[in-house]
Ligand binder design. Structure first.
Ligand code: ADP
Length: 144
């Protein structure tokens, strides 16, 4: 039923994948799907802040994210599952939506929000993805 599952993970927050990754793995196993793991390095935003930063600073962040991503997959994804590592750059929800289209994802699996933000039912990135994704989105909630 599903062939390409996208799992967006926030490197700064383990909760973004701790519950969602096992679900994505089970779906990959059940359907023989490929797992695409995406982490987004947020862009620096408006104004040319980058001109105040050392040369190559953003590239260093992207390289670090790429290394993290490979270690993450090696340590947490069982060897029988085909994995693609993707590092995005820019606004998180836009990158998730762009990559989902680019890889032809038919399912996005993601956590609802950070557990410490108890008043949120859905974080802003999750809400945007649910609202605009062209494919199914499975929002995984941590158990209380
Ligand atoms: P919150 O505002 O509580 O952090 P979010 O909507 O930002 O909630 O986070 C929900 C999900 O969005 C995360 O579990 C993750 O799947 C995705 N996400 C958030 N930040 C990133 C990021 N930098 N890279 C990839 N995915 C992210």
């Amino acid at each position: 039923m599903y062939t390409d599952i996208l799992l967006p993970v926030d490197r700064e927050h383990e909760a973004s994948w701790k519950t969602a990754l096992p679900v994505a793995i089970e779906y990959c196993r059940a359907f023989g799907a490929k797992l695409h793991v995406l982490t987004v390095v947020p862009g620096l935003g408006v104004g040319d802040v980058s001109s105040f930063l050392p040369m190559g600073y953003e590239q260093q962040l992207l390289d670090k994210a790429n290394q993290w991503m490979h270690a993450f997959a090696r340590d947490n994804v069982p060897s029988g599952i085909a994995v693609q590592h993707i590092v995005g750059h820019g606004k998180v929800h836009r990158e998730i939506l762009r990559v989902a289209t680019e890889i032809g994802a038919d399912l996005i699996v993601m956590a609802s929000h950070r557990p410490e933000l108890k008043d949120h039912l859905l974080g802003s990135n999750a809400a945007n993805v649910v609202q605009h994704a062209k494919c199914s989105v499975l929002v995984v909630r941590a158990r209380p």
